[in-house]
Design a protein around this ligand. Sequence first.
Ligand code: SAH
Ligand code: SF4
Length: 352
Amino acid sequence: MKILHDYSLPELKSELETIENKMPRFRAIQIYDWLTNYADYSEMSNIPQDLREKLAKEYICQPVKIESELISKDGTRKYLFSLPDGNIVEGVLMSYKYGNTICISTQVGCRMGCSFCATGIDGLARNLTAGEMLSEILAVNKHIGGNKADRKITNVVLMGCGEPLDNYDNVVKFFKLLSSKEGLNLSQRNVSLSTCGLAPMIKKLADEDLGITLTISLHATTDEQRKKIMKVANAYSLKELFFAIKYYFEKTKRRIVFEYIELDINTNPEDAERLKALCKGLSYHMNLIPVNSTPHTVEENPALKPASKDKAREFWEELKKLNISATTRRTLGSDISGACGQLRRSRLKENN
Ligand code: SAH
Ligand code: SF4
């Protein structure tokens, strides 16, 4: 079965012509509107019944279903989404004064194998299609009372399960669908992509002329440290990574965001100095993240030892002294399996 949300409006029109050879443009627009409202075939009241039946035989119109919703004390909502093949991914909705940010998944699992992350434990099962990524947003928008005309989702971050730059073509197509005028029309300025640092793909992304914010999961200031916690550091050195980041910055002039988990090994005063040196010439912000429970224990990998509260605070002060803009991220929804991959992981365990 094909997924209707994988098509842009012009693609949908040609696709529909394979079903009925004289498909008027207005019909494609009507269907596209229903898809953007995340409607089921039964809701598509202005589409002839026989066309709906033909479509239903070949195409899925709601590829992502909300399997469960957990609401945290702080209002953060965590979703488990089921996909047409039964796979499960997760998403998070965070509400702020200025709007609602949704964090979506880009892959089922991940093959980057960062040692602190629950998503990577079983490797990569498959990539999500562009339409599946879009449908995570459409499903939640509908669930919280939004629709195409009254969109409740204002910001999107690619920070759920998966490494977006390891699913490059689908992710770029997804950005185009998300910001298309006929669809949700969400500005690329309100979209962030988080990556563990696939340097060549960062350069490629810079050349796409998109307006999105690049977020880098940095987590270390030397290659030696980084290799202890992130396999990707064996493929790309910090020098190569920063070369790519600077290229992205030069091309887009967008401020770069860094994610940095507070470990004992990476929060020494020298780390602050090295960070400053690495980021020379960039406009950037540091998000400091208290490390959430990890799939490996500190006995298995001593590099995962969290920084003490005092050490983390001193590190933040050190950054401030160096005029580095840094905030410690509130651990949103930590009572409902905060970090990426943890909720899905607990569901998979339940099922086995
Ligand atoms: N693959 C992308 C995006 C998904 S991971 C990336 O790595 O950037 C989203 C963020 O969660 C990353 O910054 C990642 O480093 C962080 N993360 C994963 N496991 C974590 C944990 N146990 N504690 C804190 N942050 C974690
Ligand atoms: Fe993959 Fe990101 Fe998890 Fe690393 S942190 S394993 S890149 S999802």
